[in-house]
Design a protein around this ligand. Sequence first.
Ligand SMILES: [Zn+2]
Length: 92
Amino acid sequence: MTAPTASRRAHLPLRPLWLCRVCAAPWPCAAARLDLVAEYADDRIALSVYLCAVLHEAAADLYRLNPQDGPDPAALFARFLAWAPRRRPADE
Ligand SMILES: [Zn+2]
């Protein structure tokens, strides 16, 4: 039996902590990033829009959990958005 698609997408965020449900790394972990790049391979703009949305949700959750010493906005940007490829390989 081959691995179901769901197992490839198992690296999903545990909210409101935004840690990976599989490897417990800050989400998106390396595996989740690979999954996202593969899933949005034909639409990098949609990937950026999606990541902006989850950045917004994660910032709200994380500040709600820790209002006194919330996450650094620049660190959140780097974690959720800055890693994403902006162009298709063919454009580079
Ligand atoms: Zn993971």
